[in-house]
Design a protein around this ligand. Structure first.
Ligand SMILES: *Cc1c(COP(=O)(O)O)cnc(C)c1O
Length: 462
């Protein structure tokens, strides 16, 4: 770790200690002891600032609460970890975490009728409207992760024994959301290119109808799946769904927040996104958006009445269990939103970088990309069993040799020890970093006498 990174954490922590003194003091009064603590704190911060400026000093703080390491992965390394890329926070989100970290911090100005999405200070209610329009849907709610979005929908639509169509590349959370509702998943097979098509979906609907005597009650398909990040025919599938009058859930865990998503244009009844995967938000966060047609069902309000007290809870929404993302999780999501709204327009550039990196990896003889190619996404699955894995077989560190080599060059996030089939994600890396990653892979290949074919164009310097 760069000592300046360590010292930046130390300065932030030391400022928090000053903040704590202010929290403990009486309103507008600090006693002599507190004055002293503040002065000590300020001196400490000042010293740390000097160390940041000069790149000096030694680590003084190694743990939070004696047991939790400082996490400086994003400061210290280039992180190509497949699920972390687009969930990295914006500086605004990190500031929001500091300011709104207290438990129910969002609830300061919660007024009747007491529901999270009605709060106007901070601007949570407008944020909900912006989220819906961002996805071109009518109504949106924040949820603790895409999975909780699936759950709200399955719990509403799926009864015991009902079938739900998912993709053969569906995420496990889709299985679990159906399972919890006591439904059964029915997978649409992929074609020879690992793509889910509209025709295959229609065929599966017919199969389910014949086998069970009933139509599936929901179709839930990922726009880009988590295994290959291949693009599936989401619009065609939505059309098929509507021909059969089956509601369609668009799983945008890998799209909402990184590329433009237009729910109405897609023909989605539900759009689900993941805050911590693709919206530069703290976990657990996500979005569930729907149409005016479905909103009253999915976001139905409580009807329950206490038998003793006769209490009722009015407009609290059952599937949301009243309120969802309290505190800094939501405010962090909101703080990143202006950036997120803009960044989706840079998607083509992100895809270019993804292709540049994959092309670079493919210059190492024997390398393969298992995802569709050229890439349409920043997440990719590659196969290096015919180059780096052959080296691993004869290396005393086995598969770890590659992670060792990469991390010594400041690159982390590929599955440690995996040299056959693994995934990486270039989302949000600058061109400079993407070029650096390619150069590093080529250098490692050359070091181990693997054949590297040609140059990677726009770089030229190798
Ligand atoms: C990551 C992922 C999910 C789960 O998202 P959470 O927000 O963590 O619940 C669901 N589906 C797909 C396709 C994913 O990639």
């Amino acid at each position: 770790m760069d000592i300046r990174t360590q010292k930046t954490f130390e300065a932030l922590f030391a400022l928090e200690d000053i903040r704590e003194v202010l929290r403990q003091s009486l309103p507008n009064v600090t006693n002599p002891e507190e004055e002293h603590s503040i002065k000590e704190g300020v001196d400490k911060v000042r010293k740390i600032l000097d160390e940041i400026e000069n790149g000096t000093g030694t680590p003084q703080v190694r743990k939070i609460a004696d047991s939790i390491d400082i996490r400086s992965r994003e400061e210290t390394y280039i992180n190509i970890q497949p699920i972390q890329a687009a969930g990295r926070l914006t500086p605004e989100a990190r500031k929001a975490l500091i300011a709104y970290g207290d438990g129910y911090s969002t609830c300061d100005a919660c007024r009747k009728p007491f529901r999270l999405d009605k709060i106007r200070t901070p601007p949570i209610a407008p944020f909900h409207e912006q989220l819906a329009s961002f996805l071109n849907m009518d109504v949106a709610r924040v949820v603790p992760g895409a999975r909780r979005g699936f759950q709200a929908v399955t719990s509403t639509l799926v009864n015991k024994g009902d079938s739900v169509i998912v993709s053969s590349l569906a995420h496990y959370t889709e299985f679990l959301a159906v399972e919890e509702a006591e439904g059964t998943v029915k997978e649409v097979p992929v074609n020879e290119h690992n793509i889910v098509t509209a025709d295959a979906t229609a065929e599966k609907i017919e199969v389910v109808k014949q086998e069970t005597g009933k139509l599936p009650v929901l179709i839930m398909i990922d726009h880009f799946d988590y295994q290959y990040a291949n693009e599936h025919d989401i619009k065609g599938i939505a059309e098929v769904a509507h021909q059969y009058d089956i509601p369609f859930l668009y799983n945008g865990a890998y799209t909402v927040g990184v590329m433009p998503v237009d729910g109405k244009e897609i023909g989605a009844d539900f759009v689900v996104g993941s805050g911590h995967k693709s919206m530069a938000s703290p976990a657990p966060s996500g979005v569930l958006a729907t149409t005016d047609e479905w909103a009253p069902k999915i976001f139905r309000t409580t009807q329950m009445v206490g038998d003793v007290t006769k209490r009722k809870f009015g407009i609290k929404e059952v599937e949301m269990l009243g309120c969802t993302l309290m505190g800094s999780t939501l405010i962090g999501m909101m703080a990143s939103f202006p950036t997120v709204k803009n960044r989706v327009h840079n998607w083509e550039e992100e895809v270019k970088k993804s292709n540049y990196l994959i092309d670079g990896l493919l210059t190492v003889e024997g390398g393969k990309v298992l995802s569709e190619y050229p890439r349409k996404h920043t997440l990719s699955k590659v196969d290096t069993s015919r180059n780096f894995d052959i080296i691993a077989q004869g290396h005393k560190r086995r598969g770890f040799f590659l992670s060792d080599e990469l991390s010594s060059k400041g690159i982390v996030g590929e599955f440690a020890g995996a040299t056959r089939v693994w995934k990486l994600n270039t989302y949000g890396l600058s061109w400079e970093k993407v070029r650096y990653v390619v150069d590093t892979f080529q250098d490692i290949a050359e070091k181990y006498k693997l054949q590297v074919n040609g140059e990677n164009d726009s770089n030229g310097s190798k």
